[in-house]
Design a protein around this ligand. Sequence first.
Ligand code: G1P
Length: 293
Amino acid sequence: MKRIIRKAILPAGGLGTRFLPATKASPKEMLPIVDKPMIQYAIEEAQACGIEEFIIITGKHKRAIEDHFDTAFKLEESLKKSGKKILLEEISRLNLLNFAYIRQREALGLGHALSCAGPFVKEEPFAVLLSDDIIEPGDHLLRDMINLYKELTSPILALEKVPLSEVHKYGVVKGEKLRDNVYRINGLVEKPSPSHAPSDMAIIGRYILTADIFPVLEDVEPGKGGEIQLTDALSGLLKKRPIYGYLFTGKRYDAGDKVGYLKATVDFALKNPQVSVQFKEYLLDIAGRLKHT
Ligand code: G1P
């Protein structure tokens, strides 16, 4: 069957200020959750949906991302020679995917990052994944969004209900419920204060977009934080076509935040067969000690 969504764009040009000093010279996207860099979780999530072409928007100090997804001939040879089959499989699993890198010359915002990919996407719909939102691998958010796109053939935004005290961290939408978990969006605001939030439904880092977002992005003025915001471009696009929201009720980690990153690390470690038993013992030990403090 013909795949409708073949390409994914992963903006990775941001400065990663929340993780300084770790991100002074290394990409935030390469911070590991147990033994895999954050961005690899997003790539694998898209790969599981049949996506094979990845456009990564990079910037200064981001070369490690390109090296990570490149073949590592010498390393592969050495693992082969020493019979380390599992490790060899692990590092060569993504070799069949196609990666293209576009350099965002200045970190001018998510909308600007996306517009850098415009000339390379042409007319087809595509997915956008923000790699610091990590979705529990069994939860199939992107797959559900792609299926919804097939039915509605208009942009689909992943939404999550968040406490009002957190709306200032997200793009927030106003939507009319069409059926369980599916909304038609009537308005969007980037990072509103709780009193100006149109609802408690926040956009999380998964989008299925159509190529008509690119001309709109060209005309968007700098918005919140002086940046070119994707949310503002989506508000513009809403005047021309419907946009839908898919309410996600599974597990998401905001790994762009230190506490979210630590939570993801702990949960993924507990599921990792190599370390889970020992790590659980350690956590139980800590929990016991904490009870008495
Ligand atoms: C970006 C978007 C925002 C969205 C969020 C999801 O914000 O601008 O609309 O809700 O991603 O993670 P950022 O987290 O880059 O500040």
